[in-house]
Design a protein around this ligand. Structure first.
Ligand code: 13P
Ligand code: SF4
Length: 304
């Protein structure tokens, strides 16, 4: 079937099912193009919490669809590719987290949304890359456990030096593939460009950045900046909207390794199939959901 026919059928089914199509900023270009809303993890979880659609079709990875299911229990959440996971989210388990909590009794746990519902349920508060610093600052405690991203954790620790962090050594394999050498080479080739990167990057890479922020933060920054050239240190899917929104500016991917295989799985065919069959549904057991929601709600209550 031609791509235009698939898109038309998707749009029609979205109306028939009273469904909303959410897509993360790393999705394939054609999926971002037909989405009702694109955004970073924070924007999409807020959208999932407030939408009045009956069905949420989540084009992203599993933990994002789970967050939508946690926040909107009365809605059906579809994840067109159930095999789209996040290796970083899989790096922390409830057993491991509980063992760390036993080593540090009474210390609050801040959990990056790139984590399972079960891990969120064993946490005090969640954060995304867009609000992690505000979330940590909102705590009255002077020590905290930060899971699972060691890179985001260390970045936030640099922003909030008065607090002591206990890190979990998880990481995003996609961002960690961006090396200092690759960035320096791009900087040398484009000395007039600004370097922006995601705080999931290795600390030595983030240290080279003119600005580190979430994916949506990058849209704001590039839109407002008077610079004309940017070296972009995050997953390649971000380039689609950056180029669309800024036709007069140039965007160079910092490393060809910045492709997340999981974020690239979802095709238009998968979205159509999902809407036709109303599967695969993402569900979270109620006892886990209620506890995980408390951690997400605490995050959503923190002013940015
Ligand atoms: P944000 O869109 O929240 O910046 O997240 C990046 C990411 O890696 C999601 O998996
Ligand atoms: Fe997970 Fe990294 Fe892929 Fe995001 S880009 S889904 S953190 S592996």
């Amino acid at each position: 079937m031609a791509a235009d026919d698939i898109k038309q059928q998707i749009r029609q089914l979205l109306v028939e099912r009273n469904a909303v199509l959410l897509a993360h900023n790393y999705m394939r270009d054609e999926v971002q193009e037909i989405a009702d809303i694109t955004g970073d993890s924070l924007a999409l979880s807020m959208e999932a919490a407030k939408t009045d659609a009956d069905v949420i079709v989540f084009c992203g990875v599993h933990f994002m669809a789970e967050s939508a299911a946690i926040l909107s229990p009365d809605k059906q959440v579809l994840l067109p590719r159930p095999d789209a996971g996040c290796p970083m989210a899989d790096m922390v388990t409830v057993e491991g987290l509980e063992a760390l909590k036993r080593e540090h009794p009474g210390v609050p746990v801040v959990t990056y949304v790139n984590s399972s519902a079960e891990v969120k349920a064993h946490s005090d508060i969640c954060c995304t890359s867009a609000n992690a610093t505000s979330v940590v600052r909102s705590l009255t405690d002077s020590t905290l456990i930060f899971v699972p991203d060691r890179n985001l954790g260390r970045y936030v620790a640099g922003q909030v030096p008065d607090k002591k962090f206990i890190f979990w050594e998880g990481y995003c394999p996609t961002h960690e593939r961006m090396t200092v050498e690759a960035v320096l080479q791009k900087k040398a080739a484009h000395p007039d460009a600004l370097f922006i990167c995601h705080p999931e990057s290795a600390p030595a890479v983030t240290a080279l950045a003119d600005h580190a922020c979430s994916t949506s933060g990058m849209y704001d920054y590039c839109r407002k900046s008077s610079a004309k050239k940017f070296i972009v240190g995050t997953e390649a899917g971000i380039l689609y909207k950056l180029r669309q929104e800024n036709p007069d500016k140039e965007f160079i991917l910092a490393s060809p390794a910045l492709i997340c295989p999981n974020m690239k799985l979802t095709s238009l065919e998968d979205v159509l199939h999902s809407l036709q069959t109303m599967t695969p549904v993402v569900r979270v057991p109620e006892d886990v959901r209620v506890k995980a929601k408390a951690a997400l709600d605490r995050m959503l209550a923190v002013p940015r």
